[in-house]
Design a protein around this ligand. Structure first.
Ligand code: DMJ
Length: 807
């Protein structure tokens, strides 16, 4: 007994130390920014860092990480820090920001964070020891935020828009959103806990009503044959846009919120719906120990052969449901995967190979581990928790916090520490190693939201301000045994070997020599969406377009095949980046900055495109001054077409295909396009070059020159543009780089400026002058190019001496 106590204390202390390291790093280096960039030791401010696409929709300039962490501070007994952090939140955080955010992420992280913290503040205040100054400020903030999210629900169906502008809503022309037609199931179905809590705590029914309506639509739209839902739904007409159905990315927390809405709100309608879906999941998706995506209309067909890490929450939900056997099986499978790769990769195949190696410090596996330990009391799960702690310290800890892992195979880091790491990971780990009596609150009085914010189950006795529910007939009455959470007592009272017996059959799961059954349909393996969604747009941003089977089959296969696969979507993969086969060489390009003060000295290696002007055939390359496209991704109408005329456009990769961007920019009058990678930290120094290919359609209409820069080079180029306003570049094949391949033909000399030569206003520091000299043997190419540089040089005869710009 004593040694288990010591063991607990040891790990709790270690977890507290790790939390302090992560939280203090955020507060010291990043606050009031939304997130910490743990490798750069600074805050991530949206708009100031390269755009990462949809992931950035979590960032609303509202100190996201601080708010997401508030109730963790209480649970970890850091009550002074909590009081201080609440004061900061009230003093510093504002929501009237002209910024487009994800409705789902803002709800679970910020609204949930404020509500959880309000509840904690209230509890502490009631105890009379601290927070005596507190006057429900966090609840008022939550209500204000709730009203800012509400415009998203203004659709004919009642399903919310995926994004909202915090200041302008969705219909206002200034909102820069409101044109989306679909959303993911989890995005629409993960509002009810926070919105109902807000309604019941504030007395305004409008929030719960809207969230409930969205839940009702999803339920109505379930596939009646299979009782499954799809992954993406049209928010206007409720049609399914993606019909693959699983328990991970895109759907996960919809199921979680049905179960938890019942626990929080005491309304059996939610439980009945959950139980109906759960039976379907167990019939089709659960293929123990695997959880595989199937087609909602044809659920005996698997649609892919990989799983995503988000589904790791599911064993925890099964514990709440009281279904421990499959929970233990799936959790064990996940544990075996973490043993192989240190962390759960974002996606892994049914053979447990890495499919997508990223690991953004997700908490789902720790969450399930905690629930299983509480349900079974089996110390095995403490060992699992111990391994999570150790791996985080060994493989993710950096001097300024904890860094996401870019690829579990190489262990490389990414400059991000998502707010859920503080909101969720530390709660579950700390709880795992804590006795209930050691916690500052009675944990059984609360339910965890999907972001692990704490909402009091006592809300179930607070009727919603306007009572409109309980209209649905009771279904599956005989299936309602599983009210309790968890129900370990009834399932295996005092049988400590129960879990072990189940786990033992999965002991060699990932080991060699054990054939895994291949799934009946080997899905095309696609990367996952980072925020837990998998919208087609994201796949497009990776250069992948999807075509329904019907089109594909009728074009190529004939009707027999079509019939046998009726209703199944098959994916046509059009990768717009090609890692060129060996026999075909990628001809590297360069983007050379030729206007002052660069004068040809700054050169970036760039990737070519298989379409557009063939730069290898351009004797002298193509010159132009650069300008950013608006929108930067060039996936919508070009708003700055007038200014772009005659310029080489800069466009961010992502959201739509390269070819679509190029067409749009060419039409707007751009004379060329430089695409800039949206994957943070990529550079030509460590990423192999590829060439961009078209979108599967003819691309003859695209005639402007195109080049691709990785994000590090892209960031330098855009920084140059911001600083100097006019930046001329030359696009040409690397082999024709001016002054590189034939250095003897272009002499660049520096001479010290003599006293008295300084132009008016220049400081009296040493200056150097750049002189271009041509040898008589210069080729025509260099003649031309050198004259381009000379043209630019004329406007800048002297340079401040700067070791960076010296050769
Ligand atoms: C969290 O923000 C929530 O748990 C959400 O439901 C999905 N996953 C992330 C963490 O992985």
């Amino acid at each position: 007994m004593l040694h288990i106590l010591i063991y607990f204390i040891f790990f709790r202390d270690q977890i507290l130390e790790m939390f302090d390291h992560a939280y203090n790093s955020y507060m010291d280096y990043a606050y009031p920014a939304d997130e910490l960039m743990p490798l750069s030791c600074r805050g991530r401010v949206r708009g100031l860092e390269p755009n990462r696409g949809d992931i950035d929709d979590s960032l609303g300039k509202f100190s996201l990480t601080l708010i997401d962490t508030l109730d963790t501070l209480v649970l970890l007994n850091k009550l002074d820090e909590f009081e201080e952090a609440v004061k900061k939140t009230v003093r510093d955080v504002r929501f009237d920001n002209d910024i487009v955010v994800s409705v789902f992420e803002t709800n679970i992280r910020v609204l949930g964070g404020l509500l959880g913290a309000h509840v904690m503040a209230d509890v502490l205040k009631q105890r009379g020891e601290r927070m005596q100054w507190y006057r429900d400020e966090l609840l008022h903030m939550a209500k204000e935020l709730g009203f800012r999210l509400l415009p998203a629900f203004n659709t004919t169906s009642g399903l919310p828009y995926p994004r909202v502008n915090l200041r302008y809503g969705v219909v206002n022309p200034l909102s820069r959103t409101g044109t989306e037609s679909d959303t993911c199931t989890a995005c629409a179905g993960t509002m009810i806990l926070e919105f109902a809590a807000l309604s019941r705590l504030s007395g305004d029914p409008i929030f719960e009503e809207n969230a409930r309506k969205a839940m009702d639509v999803l339920w109505e739209k379930r596939q009646r044959g299979s009782d499954l839902v799809g992954t993406v739904i049209n928010i206007h007409n409720g049609d399914w846009v993606r019909r693959d159905s699983g328990v991970g990315a895109g759907i996960d927390s919809y199921y979680e919120y049905l179960m938890k809405a019942y626990i929080l709100l005491g309304d059996k309608v939610y439980l009945n719906r959950f139980n109906t879906h759960y039976s379907a999941i167990m019939k089709y998706i659960s293929q123990p120990p695997l959880l595989l995506n199937v087609h909602m209309h044809n659920p005996t067909v698997n649609v892919r052969s990989w799983m995503d890490s988000l589904l790791a929450f599911f064993p925890g939900l099964q514990v709440l449901r009281g279904d421990l056997k499959p929970a233990i099986e799936t959790h064990e499978m996940l544990y075996q995967v973490t043993k192989q790769h240190n962390f759960l990769p974002e996606a892994f195949t049914t053979e447990f190979r890495v499919h997508w190696g990223q690991h953004p410090l997700r908490p789902e596996f720790a969450e399930s581990t905690y629930f299983l330990y509480k349900a079974t009391g089996d110390p095995y799960y403490l060992k699992v928790g111990q391994s999570i702690v150790e791996k985080l310290n060994t493989h993710a800890r950096v001097p300024c916090g904890f860094a996401a892992v870019q690829d579990v195979r190489t262990g490389t880091h990414e400059d991000r520490m998502d707010s859920f790491f503080l909101a969720e990971m530390f709660k579950y780990l700390y709880l795992l190693f804590s006795e209930k009596s050691q916690l500052p609150i009675n944990i059984d009085d609360y339910i965890f939201t999907t972001e692990a914010h704490l909402l009091p189950v006592s809300l179930s006795t607070t009727q919603p301000p306007c009572h409109t529910n309980n209209t649905e007939p009771q279904a599956h009455e005989d299936d309602l045994f599983s009210y309790s959470c968890p129900s370990a007592q009834t399932l295996f009272p005092n049988n400590p070997t129960f879990a072990k017996t189940i786990r033992d059959s999965y002991k060699y799961l990932t080991g060699v020599g054990r054939a895994q059954q291949a799934s009946s349909v080997r899905g095309i393996e696609l990367p996952l969406h980072d925020t837990g969604l998998e919208p087609v747009e994201f796949l497009k941003s990776m250069g992948i377009s999807l075509t329904p089977l019907t089109e594909l089959v009728s074009a190529s296969q004939g009707s027999a095949f079509q019939d046998s696969q009726k209703g199944v979507y098959k994916l046509k993969l059009v990768a717009e980046v090609s890692h060129t086969p060996e026999h075909e060489e990628v001809v590297p390009l360069i983007v050379q900055l030729i206007s002052p003060p660069f004068l040809g000295q700054t050169v970036f290696t760039a990737g070519p495109a298989k379409f557009g002007t063939d730069l290898t055939k351009q004797q002298h390359g193509v010159k132009g001054s650069i300008m950013k496209s608006v929108p930067y991704t060039a996936c919508g109408p070009i708003e700055n077409a007038v200014e772009l005329q005659g310029h080489i456009a800069l466009a961010l990769r992502g959201d739509c295909m390269f070819a679509a961007k190029a067409r749009r920019l060419q039409e707007a009058g751009a004379t060329g396009v430089i695409f800039i990678d949206h994957r943070e930290g990529s550079s030509s120094a460590d990423t192999p070059l590829f060439q961009m290919v078209g979108d599967g359609e003819p691309t003859d209409d695209i005639t402007v020159p195109l080049a691709f820069l990785f994000s590090k080079e892209g960031a330098t180029l855009t920084a140059a543009l911001e600083e100097h306003h006019n930046v001329d570049v030359l696009l040409l094949p690397k082999e024709k780089q001016l002054g590189k391949e034939k250095p003897e033909k272009l002499n660049i000399k520096f001479r010290l400026a003599k006293e008295g030569e300084l132009a008016e206003g220049e400081t009296e520091s040493t200056t150097i002058q750049l002189v271009l000299e041509q040898s008589e043997t210069d080729t025509e190419t260099n003649n031309e190019a050198a004259s381009l540089m000379r043209e630019n040089q004329e406007t800048c005869s002297s340079l401040q001496k700067d070791p960076e710009s010296s050769p």
